[in-house]
Write a protein that binds this ligand. Structure first.
Ligand SMILES: NC(=O)c1ccc[n+]([C@@H]2O[C@H](COP(=O)([O-])OP(=O)(O)OC[C@H]3O[C@@H](n4cnc5c(N)ncnc54)[C@H](OP(=O)(O)O)[C@@H]3O)[C@@H](O)[C@H]2O)c1
Length: 206
């Protein structure tokens, strides 16, 4: 097994590359997300926090025996809905990725992995996940986590589900994060028209 897993981000975007401020075709988005059958879904804390209210009201069938592991980058211990995430029926378990500086909170219902001093060290986190047997990691991010992975050369594949809309003022987040990632070439791995959506897949070159 390689030192790092294959890392793919699958993201729904508007025409200007925003991830927020427009209505996503959620059914299509999650159907396409099955493509990779990932071992680990890697999610940023802000993405989880944006879903917490909705998470409280959805059915909780319990862990999905054959589902991926949910790993949440959460250096500041902001996420509290671990039990609800574990029981949401999508994941086999939940793992909080922490840094040494992460505040020690009350007892949590999640496994923890400490990687990094001040902030989660993403390369070390991916290496640790590979060490636990993960070969594919799918990233679910509104941009900040994706941008950090791009900046460190850790993203192998980009999947964009383009929606025919400009998000306008509501589209504060870009899929590649708040700053410009370093220049890097990608090669087209797939393109498909699905109704009025376009699904684009690119692999990092070299
Ligand atoms: N359209 C879509 O497909 C889609 C998908 C997902 C989410 N969303 C939306 O996007 C919004 C959230 O997006 P977001 O960009 O604010 O947050 P995000 O993608 O969830 O990323 C935030 C996470 O990235 C971590 N991070 C950022 N830079 C880092 C670095 N250099 N090293 C280590 N960790 C780093 C942060 O760590 P810390 O723990 O240290 O803060 C935090 O946990 C929500 O509104 C959500 O609904 C849209």
């Amino acid at each position: 097994m390689s030192e790092l897993p294959h890392v793919v981000v699958h993201v729904a975007v508007s025409l200007e590359g925003a991830t927020t401020g427009f209505e996503l075709d959620l059914a299509r988005f999650y159907a396409l997300a099955q493509t990779w059958r990932e071992d680990v879904t890697l999610v940023g804390a802000d993405t989880i926090l944006a879903q917490e209210a909705a998470l409280a009201t959805v059915p909780k069938p319990g862990p999905a025996e054959n589902g991926p592991l949910l790993a949440v980058v959460d250096s500041c211990a902001r996420v509290h809905s671990w039990r609800a995430l574990r029981d949401a029926g999508h994941w086999s378990g939940v793992l909080a990725l922490r840094a040494a500086s992460t505040p020690k909170g009350a007892a949590e219902s999640s496994e923890r992995l400490v990687v990094g001093a001040e902030r989660v060290d993403l390369r070390a986190a991916l290496a640790a996940l590979a060490g636990r047997g993960a070969s594919t990691v799918r990233v679910d991010s509104g941009g900040a986590l994706t941008g950090a992975l791009l900046a460190q050369g850790l993203l192998d594949e980009v999947s964009l589900l383009v929606h025919p809309v400009f998000a306008g003022h509501g589209g504060h987040h870009r899929w590649f994060g708040p700053s410009h990632p370093p220049a890097r070439a990608f090669t087209l791995a797939g393109n498909e028209t699905i109704g009025d959506l376009v699904w684009l897949r690119y692999r990092a070159s070299g």
